[in-house]
Every structure is written in C-alpha cells, then in structure tokens.
Write a new protein. Structure first.
Length: 232
C-alpha cells in the first residue's frame, strides 16, 4: 500500500505539473509533539504476571508513563499551482523519527521453580518514509488552508526478556493546517505553517507468543514548520 501511495503521489504531481500555472519546490524544518492514545500491553492466559487465566491489559497511563514524543525533522516537497486558488503537492520526510526507549519491568513466576522473578523489556518506535499528499486552498495571496492524506512505516525496536518481537506495520492518517506564504521578487518564497496530524491505531502481536500484544488506538499531534523554496 505504501509503495502504491508513493507511485500515485508522484504521478499526481507529474500530472499536476503538466497542467500547472506555476511549480514550487522547497524544504521544510519542522518541530512536533505527538501523543499515543490508549497505549497498552495485552497479556492473555495464566502466565500474565502469575494471574489466573484471562486477559490482562497494562495501560501506559496506569503505569505513570506518558506516551508522548517530541520530534524535530526536515522534509522536501514539490507543489503545482493549478490556478490562483488551488495547489496540489507531495511532501516527503527522508529521515527516520525515533521515539524514546520505554522500559517495562514485569513481575512473574518462573516456569521451572514457581518462584517470583522480574523481567525487563525495552522498546522504541521508528517512523520511516513519511509521505503526505496534500492540497492547498489559497484564501488570500498569502494565507492558505491545507488538507492532506499521509502514510508512514512504523518499525518497533525491542529487547524482550522472553524473546520475540512485535514486527513492523504502516499507518494511514490525515493532516489539516493553516499557513502564511511570502513570495519574493526573485521567485524565492518563505512560509510558516502549523498542522494538526492524526494517524490510525494499530495492534501488533509478539512473533514468539501470540498471547502478548501491544496496542495503540491512534496517534495525534501538532507540528509547526518553516519552509524556503523556489517558484518556476
């Protein structure tokens, strides 16, 4: 799906470019904060912390953890202005965004002796190949509104005491925002933009133990960015 979106995005931009009154290319520096909704671990069966059979859910909020990440990153974009009101663009983040490493200590009984023991698990998340296909509505010569569709690859990097991994996935989402664009006499431009971002939730199962899962209902956040570029 991600490969299809990438091809479709650049085909759309190429078509828009052929029909465009003007084309813009540029680079953006962004800062953002993101929060995971209802981040939790799900354990099924009697092994869950020595409990009786049944599902046990451990939420990050219940453990006193905040599932929040702050990022600074850059992107490149191409934009085709179809008329004086509408532009179509593609934005791509060429770098991976890494979350902080989360540590979780679990109390459980060993299978061999039945004695209480502790195990430590660590996990972090990497976001790669974030691509956004968007449209701009130019309210005035400078002020514009933005709406877009996003996809990003999500890689989990974990060290689990019991072995296994949670694998990787991709997430879809959308963004809406508002920005201010200033065109210069030499064709250069500068803009400032703020966006709200929302990504779908996901649930991943441990590759060595199907009774263990991690879940997030969704990811939402906000970004601010400053862009520079050139019009042709």
């Amino acid at each position: 799906m991600k490969k299809f979106l990438t091809i479709a995005a650049f085909m759309l931009f190429a078509f828009s470019n052929a029909q465009a009154e003007r084309v813009k290319i540029g680079a953006t520096l962004k800062a953002g904060v993101f929060e995971v909704d209802d981040a939790s671990e799900i354990f099924s069966g009697a092994h869950s912390s020595g409990a009786s059979p049944g599902d046990v859910t451990k939420k990050a909020s219940d453990e006193g953890d905040e599932a929040i990440g702050e990022f600074g990153f850059g992107s490149i974009f191409g934009e085709a202005m179809l008329n004086d009101k509408i532009s179509i663009g593609v934005d791509y983040v060429p770098m991976a965004l890494e979350s902080e490493t989360t540590e979780n200590i679990q109390n459980m009984k060993t299978v061999q002796t039945g004695e209480d023991a502790q195990s430590t698990n660590t996990v972090k998340v990497e976001f790669e190949d974030l691509i956004t296909v968007y449209a701009l509505l130019h309210v005035t010569d400078s002020l514009y509104l933005k709406a877009g569709y996003m996809q990003v690859d999500v890689n989990t990097v974990e060290n689990l005491a019991t072995g296994g991994a949670y694998g990787n996935t991709s997430l879809d989402g959308h963004t809406v925002g508002v920005g201010y664009n200033h065109d210069m006499d030499n064709g250069a431009f500068i803009r400032v933009e703020t966006n709200y971002v929302e990504l779908d939730g996901t649930e991943l199962t441990n590759t060595n133990d199907s009774t263990k899962k991690v879940k997030a209902d969704g990811i939402e956040g906000a970004t601010v960015g400053i862009s520079v570029g050139k019009s042709f």
